[in-house]
Design a protein around this ligand. Structure first.
Ligand code: PLP
Length: 429
């Protein structure tokens, strides 16, 4: 498989041949750490630090003049960042805006795209969704006086890990008003076939949107080509914008005339925003879905961070990401599958069905093993009931690190090191 071997020299050889090998130096890597959690919080790029300090200095020296005299002017920062993010998802610049946060953007878009009529009133989502997506959908239904028991259809998973596109499509019918799904499932790491789902939804006249929090920056998308109607994703995972930094939304240009339903003054046409009229005049672009003053400090990190993606290129990032995860799967099969290790891969093995992270499962003790990894300087994360998520990120992780993580896991099991840890999970795992 891929010509991998279990020797360390194989890893070193792949690092040597890695076209992205210089990119790791552009990040602050926590000392003595193998960081495998970039799907939860990306590391700080040096360029993001520079762009944040630049903006901070503009505030220091320009005060309110920064809105027009900053470089770029703060008044247009959200549009600028949207244009920078657009190529990552295959969109035109005016179809993407940096705004809000992922959950707020889900609310903002579903409130516009969900237009129940007669018996066409159901929203299709899935039972493996990230909880916030479901909370948002349920409250959107409640706001309309509708009932999640009858109007929300959660596609079940046969194995608790993956979804079957066939099954999702079979549920799209004349009662479906909207489909909202993840691109990559946050636990198993399955990548759905977005193009196929869009075709099926549109064949039935149903609008479809995606939460791409776990794919943007790791997996290339072609929203325009596929005809995706809308999408959201966050800036702090594979895009390395920093904890809680602003998120993104995409609206296909076919919907620029749609009314934003969570309106705010930053969605107004910019030329007339400061006329302060009481009639909202939405921008004819994704920008119309902005609500409030953009968090300039919290989004300026992305000016530096997104430049790195542009330079590396999404195709190169995806190629390396797949090689890293394929290598991890290979090593896990060779070295971690048998008892007493007894780990299992919960992520689809076909590369085209995989996002950027691997779900390493173990029937027993996954939580304590995860704790033991952390003490050894490896940063994965844990998702109940039994999943250790490992995200080797193309921009800053190496094949040698993947190799090392597998050795750590073997040693932890050989020495029963995990037994030293409490069974009690912490607030953030
Ligand atoms: C990380 C993540 C979120 C986070 O939402 P916030 O509003 O930024 O807290 C939402 N959905 C998915 C699928 C995610 O992976």
């Amino acid at each position: 498989m891929n010509g991998f071997t279990i020797t360390k020299s194989c890893a070193l050889q792949m690092d040597h041949e890695d076209p992205l090998r210089g990119f790791g130096r552009r990040f602050y890597i926590p000392q003595n750490t193998i960081y495998m959690d970039g799907n939860s919080l990306g590391l700080l790029p040096r360029a993001a630090e520079t762009s944040l300090l630049h903006t901070l200095n503009e505030w220091k020296t320009l005060g309110i003049r920064g809105w027009l005299d900053g470089e770029p002017p703060w008044f247009y920062l959200a549009e600028r960042l949207g244009a920078m993010a657009a190529p990552l998802v295959g969109a035109a610049p005016e179809e993407v805006i940096a705004t809000g946060t992922t959950t707020v953007n889900i609310h903002a878009l579903i409130s516009s795209f969900y237009q129940p009529q007669g018996k066409k009133r159901k929203i299709i989502a899935d039972e493996l969704d990230f909880p916030t997506d479901i909370y948002a959908i349920k409250s959107q239904l409640a706001l309309r006086g509708m009932d999640a028991h009858t109007d929300l259809e959660l596609i079940p998973s046969a194995d608790g890990r993956c979804l079957d596109e066939e099954r999702i499509i079979a549920c799209m019918n004349e009662e479906t008003a909207l489909v909202f799904l993840p691109s990559v499932l946050y636990r198993s790491g399955q990548l759905l076939d977005l193009a196929r789902l869009v075709r099926a939804a549109h064949d039935r006249g149903i609008p479809i949107g995606f939460d791409c929090a776990h794919s943007a920056g790791a997996v290339p998308h072609h929203f325009d080509q596929w005809g995706v109607d809308f999408a959201v994703w966050c800036g702090y995972k594979y895009l390395n914008g920093g904890p809680g930094c602003c998120a993104f939304l995409y609206v296909n240009r076919n919907y620029f005339a749609l009314q934003p339903m969570l309106s705010g003054w930053f969605g107004n046409v910019k030329e007339r925003q400061f006329d302060m009229r009481l009639d909202f005049e939405p921008q004819h672009s994704a920008g119309g879905w902005q609500i409030s003053s953009p968090g300039i400090l919290g989004s300026s990190t992305l000016l530096g961070a997104l430049g790195i993606h542009a330079e590396a290129g999404m195709e190169a990032i995806r190629s390396k990401s797949l090689l890293l995860t394929s290598y991890f799967i290979y090593l896990a099969d060779q070295l971690l599958a048998e008892a007493p290790y007894s780990f299992r891969i919960g992520t689809p093995r076909e590369p085209q069905r995989r996002g950027g992270h691997i779900a390493l499962e173990r029937e027993e003790e996954a939580w304590r093993i995860c704790e033991a990894l952390k003490v050894r300087g490896v940063v994965p994360d844990f998702r109940p009931p039994n999943i250790i998520r490992i995200a080797p990120v193309a921009l800053y992780n190496t094949f040698a690190e993947v190799w090392r993580v597998v050795q750590h896991l073997r040693e932890i099991m050989d020495r029963e090191e995990y037994k030293k840890f409490s069974q009690q999970r912490k607030a953030i795992s």
